[in-house]
Ligand binder design. Structure first.
Ligand SMILES: *[C@@H]1O[C@H](CO)[C@@H](O)[C@H](O)[C@H]1NC(C)=O
Ligand SMILES: *[C@@H]1O[C@H](CO)[C@@H](O)[C@H](O)[C@H]1NC(C)=O
Ligand SMILES: *[C@@H]1O[C@H](CO)[C@@H](O)[C@H](O)[C@H]1NC(C)=O
Ligand SMILES: *[C@@H]1O[C@H](CO)[C@@H](O)[C@H](O)[C@H]1NC(C)=O
Ligand SMILES: *[C@@H]1O[C@H](CO)[C@@H](O)[C@H](O)[C@H]1NC(C)=O
Ligand SMILES: *[C@@H]1O[C@H](CO)[C@@H](O)[C@H](O)[C@H]1NC(C)=O
Length: 751
């Protein structure tokens, strides 16, 4: 028991292994490591509205006071840009009303929709005076038509307020605030017959609008039913008698061709019906709130599933969740369920309870269908007052919509989820998998797949600097695009090449990737799928890599050290789920005063002659109740003999002599030799502004008396091509510029 205890205290690697694997990303990568591209323009911010125009080969990006056309295949390449700035006059008017002229009184592009004629409909907040216009992209040029339509009720006044909209057959459906104060929410259809919500708290109560989706269910409906617009939002609940404001998530629905009522609900929706949307997370007493939704329809509308991300409403927990809802479940609650009704209790207090009286015909909130037409109701204007009054006063369903299989697909601690998109791909076995890409508050994107109820986080890609939330995600069939306040970025949906060994490739359980035995490469499955005889290994549901060829052990790196040195032996497993085990001369290394086992390697402190030996680092990853062991690195560590400088140079040169032949996980070797009392001289050197290359410094050291400090940092990274590259230090101590540049100098010296 005791050694175990000691191990657990020793470093992050052990802590990570102890977490439940399902809520930890298997690997963490940077966007550049994942083949990504970035776009940002000097002086422009808030890149949070994005429209993919695959037909034109561009990404249209709406920012603050500017719209960009970027190359769809390489977002870092700007094709064109136009400014849409607020006028001085508008800005003054806005700031006189108490808004900050530098921040709020600007034009934030908030709506971008493709129209049937190929143009785009674009709206901006325009210094708290929302305005819409028409945009086109032809011959590499963006053009704004300067039509300047009123955008009230379509686009928010306030750039910080959430809103949503959808253009359906040339008609804009929108959910936003319609007044300057942002206090009057509206769900609106802007056409010659403008229809909107009633301004009642039972309809919308301080809502936060999240998403809107058109479901073309009228197309071939045997019941002659209408298309629906589904709206997702959160709002203050009216139905709970709690002392504090309780918020809940909602799904609401309106019929596309709703014309409003004749006397009751004139120019108002006759079909606005909503239900609570639950995403039950066990340890939370307060409901989680919806933050984003994505419609995924593998076939006709009946197959549609809404994927949504949820976060806690009070800072009671740090977890986020993903829940998925089938259209059939939502439809059942709204079209067949019981209504809630308000009943006055005591003084002015109202309680909402299940309505169990008679429901009039046609059913309140239903679209006009064949049955209604047969009875003489051919449009909503024909609906009887009884039906209209009923739905006006009772727009809320009694039952809540539950997620598919009644629980979240994923619950994860850490940075809050902000956005979600879902792609689907055909794996080697011919089955189709949904791959979720989830944006976080921390600027990363998680790639997640659910295999028979087991959710696997394949990777976490850092798209933006940590602290810069992902504000938009868009998907094309190969690429993921993301927007934030500071930049836009793209990355491929998969980059199989980053998996260097069969074990790594197969244990990743990435449905896009498989290990190609003949070529010894992790390759995209789509390219081999056509060839049934290809020798490709993929094991998605089991993560079983027993069919991988045995691993050739890697050659040891020879190192020498001086007594008193701190030696760092680098070992980074390719997987966050792996546990790292160190051995010296076949004995286990246990954390102690002399050894410190870190996430990225082993630190030997104040090395003495006894530290010499043969060190090996293995990663052990459990999958399918089996442990897969990979040797990552081995080192032959010896006490330096003769001149320290020469032996240290030899240390540098040795890894270069090795050529690539192992198939082991990308072997990264970093050697850090620090003398014990490093800080003082580093800082002294720094202030002196004098950095010397290794050879010269070495001489200085030789001359220096005992007690003088010196620093030696050698960082070697060996990729598969066998060449030596160097990276900035990522070691645990207080890194600084000084040491970095020294590492570079050393590199130049040897190559
Ligand atoms: C725009 O971006 C800036 C810079 O990141 C940020 O401070 C600001 O909050 C953003 N504005 C809005 C409306 O999101
Ligand atoms: C994308 O464009 C940038 C320059 O704008 C270039 O450096 C980069 O290599 C390009 N990437 C690809 C994959 O074409
Ligand atoms: C966000 O990222 C930073 C740097 O990667 C990390 O230190 C921090 O813990 C992350 N925050 C959360 C909530 O995960
Ligand atoms: C991606 O979509 C484009 C058109 O949108 C199509 O030409 C291309 O073949 C698709 N690629 C794949 C891999 O499906
Ligand atoms: C390391 O040193 C040993 C002898 O101690 C030698 O046999 C081996 O080839 C050296 N390794 C490399 C990579 O040079
Ligand atoms: C380092 O080890 C030597 C001998 O092993 C010892 O005399 C010295 O005090 C140690 N230094 C530190 C800082 O622990």
């Amino acid at each position: 028991m005791l050694p175990l205890l000691v191990l657990c205290l020793c470093g992050p690697a052990q802590l990570i292994a102890k977490q439940t694997p399902l809520s930890t990303a298997r690997r963490t990568v940077s966007i550049s490591g994942n083949g990504g591209q970035m776009f940002r323009e000097e002086g422009v911010w808030n890149y949070s509205t994005m429209l993919l125009r695959e037909d034109l080969g561009v990404v249209i990006l709406g920012a603050r006071e500017a719209i960009f056309a970027l190359d769809l295949s390489n977002i870092s390449q700007k094709k064109d840009m136009i400014k849409w700035q607020v006028t001085r006059e508008m800005q003054d008017k806005c700031s006189h009303k108490g808004k900050s002229s530098e921040i709020e009184c600007q034009n934030y592009i908030r709506i971008l929709h493709k129209m049937a004629d190929g143009r785009m409909y674009v709206c901006g907040t325009n210094a708290f005076s929302p305005t819409c216009d028409y945009l086109s992209y032809t011959d590499g040029r963006l053009t704004l038509e300067n039509k300047r339509e009123d955008g009230k009720g379509k686009c928010p006044f306030d750039p910080f307020q959430r809103h949503t909209s959808e253009l359906v057959d040339g008609v804009l459906f929108s959910a936003t605030s319609i007044n300057f104060l942002g206090s009057e929410p509206v769900v609106m259809r802007s056409s010659t017959e403008t229809i909107r919500t009633d301004f009642k708290t039972s309809w919308l109560n301080e809502p936060n609008f999240i998403g809107m989706e058109h479901i073309a269910e009228g197309e071939q409906s045997p019941e002659g039913d209408d298309d629906k617009i589904y709206l997702f939002f959160s709002e203050t609940a009216v139905e709970y008698d709690s002392y504090s404001k309780l918020e809940v998530s909602r799904v609401a629905r309106v019929c596309k061709s709703d014309m409003g009522g004749q006397r009751t609900l004139q120019r108002k929706w006759t079909s606005f019906v909503k239900a609570r949307l639950d995403c039950p997370v066990d340890d939370s007493s307060l409901p989680f709130l919806i933050q984003d939704v994505f419609r995924f329809c593998p076939g006709d509308w009946k197959t549609c599933v809404f994927y949504a991300v949820f976060t806690p409403q009070a800072y009671t927990s740090q977890s986020s969740a993903v829940c998925a809802y089938s259209i059939a479940d939502i439809r059942q609650v709204i079209s067949e369920g019981k209504f809630k009704t308000p009943v006055p209790v005591e003084t002015s207090f109202v309680k909402w309870v299940m309505y169990s009286g008679d429901v009039p015909f046609p059913r309140p909130g239903a679209c006009i269908n064949n049955e209604a037409r047969d009875k003489g109701f051919s449009q909503s204007l024909d609906l009887p007052d009884k039906t209209l009054q009923f739905i006006r006063d009772r727009p809320l369903m009694d039952q809540a919509v539950q997620p598919i299989s009644e629980h979240p697909l994923l619950i994860k601690q850490g940075a809050a989820f902000t956005r979600i998109v879902v792609a689907s791909t055909v794996a080697l076995d011919g089955s189709t998998y949904q791959v979720m890409f989830i944006g976080t508050e921390n600027g990363s994107v998680l790639k997640v797949v659910n295999y028979n109820g087991h959710t696997v986080i394949i990777e976490e890609v850092q798209m933006f600097q940590p602290t810069e939330p992902v504000k938009t995600l868009r998907l094309s069939n190969r690429t993921l695009y993301a927007g934030s306040e500071v930049a836009a970025a793209q990355m491929p949906l998969s980059s199989c090449g980053q998996y260097r060994s069969c074990l790594d490739c197969v244990l990743a359980r990435d449905p896009y990737c498989g290990w190609n035995l003949p070529t010894k490469l992790c390759t995209a499955v789509s390219s081999v799928y056509q060839d049934p005889h290809s020798d490709v290994i993929q094991s998605l549901t089991d993560g079983d890599s027993t069919n991988c060829p045995p691993i050739e052990s890697s050659k040891a790196v020879n190192l020498s050290f001086l007594p008193g040195n701190t030696v760092k032996l680098l070992c980074r497993p390719g997987s966050n789920l792996a546990r790292v085990e160190w051995q010296v001369d076949s004995r286990s290394v246990i954390s102690s005063d002399a050894y410190q086992i870190n996430q990225d390697g082993l630190l030997i402190l104040n090395a003495s002659a006894e530290a010499s030996g043969f060190y090996t680092c293995r990663s052990v990853e459990s999958s399918n109740s089996q442990d897969y062991v990979t040797g990552i690195a081995s080192y032959e560590l010896r006490l330096a003999s003769g001149q320290a400088c020469q032996s240290e140079d030899a240390t540098v040169l040795l890894p270069q002599a090795q050529t690539t032949q192992n198939t082991v996980v990308a072997l990264q070797i970093m050697v850090v030799l620090l003398s014990i009392m490093l800080a003082a001289l580093v800082i002294w050197n720094f202030y002196k502004g004098h950095f010397s290359i290794l050879g010269r410094r070495c001489t200085q050291e030789q001359e220096a008396e005992g007690g003088q400090e010196s620093v030696r940092t050698l960082e070697l990274l060996r990729p598969a091509d066998g060449k030596i590259q160097r990276e900035g230090s990522t070691s645990n101590s207080n890194n600084n510029h000084n040491r970095r540049s020294e590492g570079k100098n050393t590199a130049q010296q040897i190559t």
